[in-house]
Design a protein around this ligand. Structure first.
Ligand code: HEM
Length: 380
């Protein structure tokens, strides 16, 4: 298995901690599965109440608002999370599942009719964007705008513009529309919502919408491209899934484990903390390294191997504890349906060229997906 996905192995075995500098700040990354889980549950010691500082690197330059509910602790977190939870349950509805299936069939049908497809922009991005319109219950035509943002809308501002400004302008416009005439959609739910006996402020609404767009974009796109690349190299995996459609459940969990697109997430220690061999001062930050925990040899036998029937598979790709991913049901549905439809209609995938996406930090480099993946699909 590709080592570039798990650059933490040595440090995980040695001490369980990797010290890494981000934007001039030394951050110890917690690497072991048990230790990451314990820290993720202990929100009093390892707090998320830190605007812009839950993601690592921090995002002061990328947005103007605190993301909700992720950058809060209980009890505020619980009340904030309840506001948007009903939307994240929508993927359980059979009609929703069928819509996603028809979308995948359309996209794969288009891909099969062309000699080559660039998976990131022509498959993963439209898939992620159009499926998100179903989740947020907005017209599917909105996806055209979201696709037009390309894949780095949150990172690269237009010349001289504050980064992330385009997204914030878009969200403001949607909230204005919802205020003028509320409907059933996500933006209207924010406009109508009550928190602590009052309406949400515009800043809070922006914080919810910003996270929903940001959290579900690169994560899904990188997972889709990584899965397609794997299946290209392993046609026997397509045949294995074709034999029994229930196999996609364990297979997709294994893909989430090994291809974890989100290396880590930060927490702040309000009252300091003790880590193995290190004392954290109040206000210091640590990282919960999900990607490393997913390769912990003491939990996953042959952790570097992809076993499509791995069971149990307690990976931490959707986090653990208080902030466990709200979009997990949606992401799972997308990957399961994609696998089912690939297995049902695709005989093989040939990679023509690829540009891996590599996250570069002071103490590690890690592949998280692809910037570009050109392939040719062949039908059954
Ligand atoms: C939280 C990963 C897809 C929305 C999280 C967390 C992780 C994660 C690790 C926990 C963060 C923490 O503990 O601080 C992923 C991965 C995905 C994915 C790997 C896809 C493969 C999505 C999607 C959406 C989404 C599709 C929305 C459309 C959220 C939200 C939270 C969250 C709103 C915050 C939950 C809270 O604070 O209570 N995600 N995510 N995610 N994710 Fe995802």
């Amino acid at each position: 298995m590709d080592e570039s996905r798990d650059p933490f192995r040595e440090a995980r075995r040695r001490s369980g901690i990797l010290e890494c500098e981000f934007q001039g700040e030394q951050v110890p990354m917690i690497l072991g599965h048990a230790e990451v889980r314990a820290a993720a549950k202990d929100w009093q010691t390892f707090s998320s109440d830190a605007p812009f500082r839950v993601p690592i690197p921090s995002e002061e330059e990328m947005r103007t608002v605190r993301q909700l509910p992720i950058e809060t602790d209980p009890p505020q977190h619980t009340a904030y999370r309840e506001i948007v939870e009903p939307f994240f349950r929508r993927p359980k509805d059979p009609e929703f599942v069928q819509r996603v299936r028809l979308l995948v069939r359309e996209l794969l049908g288009g891909a099969l009719s062309r000699p080559e497809v660039e998976v990131v922009r022509e498959l993963a991005l439209p898939f992620q964007s159009r499926a998100l319109t179903y989740l947020l219950d907005v017209p599917e035509s909105e996806a055209k705008t979201w696709i037009g943002w390309g894949i780095h809308v949150f990172k690269d501002g237009a010349d001289g513009e504050v980064k992330g400004a385009e997204l914030e302008r878009y969200i403001h416009a949607q909230l204005d529309r919802a205020e003028a005439s509320p409907g059933q959609d996500f933006f209207s739910a924010l406009v109508i919502a009550e928190y602590d006996g009052r309406k949400l402020s515009r800043e809070e609404m922006l914080g919810f919408a910003n996270l929903t767009f940001a959290g579900g974009r690169d994560t899904v796109i990188h997972t889709v491209s990584s899965v397609v690349d794997y299946l290209a190299a392993h046609p026997e995996a397509l045949a294995f899934l074709r034999e029994d459609s229930k196999r996609v459940i364990h297979a997709s969990e294994e893909f989430f484990r090994v291809f974890m697109p989100l290396t880590h997430i930060g927490r702040v220690c309000p009252g300091g903390a003790e880590l193995p061999g290190k004392t954290m001062a109040p206000g210091d930050r640590i990282s919960l390294c999900w990607a490393s925990a997913n390769r912990d040899e003491s939990v996953f036998a042959e952790a570097d191997e992809i076993r499509l029937d791995r069971k149990p598979n307690p990976h931490l790709s959707f986090g653990f504890g208080t902030h466990i991913c709200l979009g997990a049901a949606h992401a799972r549905l997308l990957v399961r349906v994609l696998l089912e439809e690939l297995a049902a209609g695709i005989a093989g995938i040939r990679v023509i060229s690829s540009v891996p996406h590599v996250e570069k930090a002071a103490a590690y480099r890690r592949m998280t997906g692809f910037d570009e993946l050109r392939v040719a699909f062949s039908g059954l």
